[in-house]
Ligand binder design. Sequence first.
Ligand code: DC
Length: 228
Amino acid sequence: MKKITIAIDGFSSTGKSTLAKQLAKELGYVYVDTGAMYRAVTLFAMQNNFVSETHLDKQGLIDKLSKVQLEFQFNPDLGFAEMYLNGINVENEIRTLEVSRLVSKIAEISQVRSKLVEQQQQMGKNKAIVMDGRDIGTVVFPDAELKIFMTASPETRAKRRYDELLEKGQSVTFADVLQNVKERDHIDTNREDSPLVKADDAIVVDNSALSREEQFELVLNLIKAKLS
Ligand code: DC
């Protein structure tokens, strides 16, 4: 059977990872959450005092980048791969609002981006991959056979992220989550290196009014058309 590369880009909390996981499972493809990689580098920067709400030691982080080892390990109980930073499972630590607040600062650094992009391209060299992020269809895999650009209103997205964080027992307010969503949209779309833009050949999926199942069916049909 023909194997393809599926690139899913879009704003934060549009449900990219939910869709990507469903597709990977259905097709028997590898799923890669590139946001987790930027989040893990951010955690490393926090642990080493290179970043906080009030400062960024960009050069300090760049000098230590060779010490950042990222790896995904599949967890059969969860059905997806978890992020490891220097051999330690950081799947929970990277999902906090604190990391969400700082990650855009780290994702702006070109040296960080080129290190991660190289690793992502390596993971996708045999195709049969679903990768989600911000620059997958534009920078990582410009030749991907299927590119999806996901979007939804900021309020819809903040509500989803808020519910997720509450479910994980984190104490956050809806207003803070909404502000974070809007701030990240702004930084992600305005940064100089690899800003979030729709690739010319990407298909836009606005899921504000779509259920998970409807969205899955819609994209699965697009894939079937590519495979036939
Ligand atoms: O998908 P996410 O919210 O977990 O991503 C976290 C941050 O990482 C997001 O604010 C932007 C950045 N990111 C990026 O710049 N490029 C990617 N390919 C993936 C994520």
